[in-house]
Design a protein around this ligand. Structure first.
Ligand code: HEM
Length: 472
């Protein structure tokens, strides 16, 4: 039976602080009881993760019905997550809330569409994400990472805005591997526009939760519209130039330009091309940037782990650039990344809506339910993890990892909508992290305790200043 919750308006949120031990990084202390609707909404705008009550971290299924119109089902037990996202995937669609939030920027590209349109778009893109194809990008990824290390050497030791630098690096990677032909200023406009859009996304979500008409503006409407226009018009220019120059190639844009609808044989329209390019650029860089940002924070708090990663990279790779054959051998580096994505999953929540009423683990789910899989809470679930808030990469030692249920650790989602870029992200993150840690030391000031804030991706409140000392 799901836990049924009675709204309670007295709950205070206390973002956890550090106890001085570097292995316990900031978390969110969940409220003992859920909030009444308006408090929920207020906290949701500040940080949707504050809306998750304690039960979500302890039970498998939690039902929250704060108003007659809103039913939220939080699914946090691995067996039920599997039943939902794998077994019953064909009974679900992407949440209309998510679609409304992304309509202006991603349209109905592969992330936000359903049914035949989704299947076609996913099939067109799948070949780009084959493991071997991605391994061929390792030299480009290593070069981008080395450029960042060179910048740190030029800047000498000091505090650096790690979150911004990780965004720049991962964006360079995606532009140089997937979208050959964009120029630098277009690239910067796309990156800035995407980030500004996501920073304000909770307004759009709250607007959708309240079922307000889409023509009614909210405080962030204008900035979000401007940000999405910036991104879409830069992408449209790149596509037009590419069509005019008739450049051949196998990058993402070439594949999208050559794709034909299996039923009608039609190519993608300009709008569909823009939808999918912006989807790949947005989904493909901010997520990996956040994985790296949080990993470096954790390593700065745990210098002994940082040194172990450095030792591994020096032993396996030495002073040369990282190559494809090194990736599988960097096992400790990979474990550290996984543990960082457990504590700070770059996509902290995924959501669905049923096509019609159905049953989940014997519980009736109404057709209008918002089904939420809170990855953040699953990764810190009290019954699944020992000492869940502690940073301990050894959880991912091979014999311990094989004991985990498939959806106990699910930073890339699960089922047919699992992240198409999973291999790309892991190979990129290992290459960049290994190059960074070999080339520089990262130190924490002992004070910065960023609250993890869900803005589709998991952002550190107050950014991520770390002291970087190049290793010459
Ligand atoms: C650490 C990095 C990443 C994380 C944690 C991540 C996480 C996720 C998650 C959780 C989903 C599923 C969303 C859902 O079920 O609603 C997803 C979907 C997706 N991701 Fe990623 N992602 C990452 C990197 C990437 C990269 C590098 C790319 C592309 C280059 C990418 C492209 C996509 C796309 C296109 C989808 C939609 C797939 C579909 O609906 O068929 N992601 N990602």
């Amino acid at each position: 039976m799901p836990t049924r919750l009675t709204p309670n308006t007295d709950v205070q949120f206390v973002p956890a602080t550090s106890d001085g031990n570097g292995l316990y990084p900031p978390s969110i202390t969940p409220p003992d009881q859920p909030l009444g609707f308006f408090d929920f909404l207020r906290q949701f705008i500040a940080n949707p993760l504050r809306g998750l009550p304690r039960q979500v971290y302890e039970e498998d299924l939690t039902l929250y019905r704060p108003t007659k119109k809103l039913t939220v089902l939080w699914v946090s037990g691995p067996a039920i997550v599997e039943e939902l996202l794998v077994g019953k995937a064909n009974l679900l669609v992407k949440s209309p809330l998510e679609k409304q939030v992304f309509a202006a920027t991603l349209g109905d590209g592969v992330l936000t569409s359903d049914g035949a349109l989704w299947r076609w778009q996913r099939r067109v893109m799948a070949p780009l994400f084959r493991h071997n194809e991605i391994l061929s990008y390792v030299p480009t990824m290593a070069q981008v990472a080395e450029e960042q290390v060179t910048e740190w050497r030029r800047a000498f030791a000091g505090s650096q805005a790690i979150d911004e630098q990780m965004m720049t690096s991962t964006f360079k990677v995606i532009m140089r591997t997937m979208l050959v032909g964009g120029d630098r200023s277009e690239g910067e406009a796309i990156m800035r526009g995407g980030s500004e859009y996501l920073a304000r996304v909770s307004w759009e979500m709250a607007h959708a939760l309240l079922h307000l008409p889409t023509w009614l503006p909210h405080p962030a409407s204008r900035q979000m519209r401007r940000a999405s226009q910036t991104v879409r018009s830069a992408l449209s220019d790149i596509i037009t130039r590419r069509r005019q120059s008739a450049v051949e190639g196998t990058d993402l844009l070439a594949r999208l330009l050559n794709a034909r609808d299996p039923d009608g044989g039609e190519p993608m329209t300009q709008d569909q091309l823009v939808n999918n390019l912006s989807t790949l650029l947005e989904a493909g860089h901010e997520t990996t940037a956040k994985a790296l940002t949080w990993t470096l924070y954790l390593l700065a708090r745990a210098p002994e782990w940082q040194q172990s990663v450095r030792d591994e990279v020096n032993r396996i790779v030495g002073p040369t650039s990282i190559r494809a054959e090194h990736i599988d051998k960097l096992v400790l580096t990979t474990r550290v990344l996984k543990e960082a994505m457990r504590l700070y999953p770059p996509v902290p929540v995924v959501a669905r809506q049923p096509k019609e009423a159905f049953e989940l683990a014997g519980t009736p789910v109404p057709a209008n339910a918002q089904i939420v899989v809170p990855i953040f809470a699953i990764h810190r679930h009290r019954k699944l993890w020992k000492d869940p808030d502690r940073f301990d990469p050894d959880r991912f030692l091979p014999d311990r990892e094989t004991e985990m249920a498939r959806t106990q650790f699910m930073p890339f989602g699960a089922g047919p909508r699992i992240c198409i870029g999973q291999s790309f992200a892991m190979i990129e993150a290992v290459t960049l992290l290994a190059t960074f840690v070999r080339g520089a030391r990262f130190d924490w000031d002992g004070e910065h305790l960023p609250e993890p804030i869900s803005r589709i991706t998991l952002r550190p409140k107050g950014g991520m200043p770390l002291t970087v000392t190049p290793i010459l």
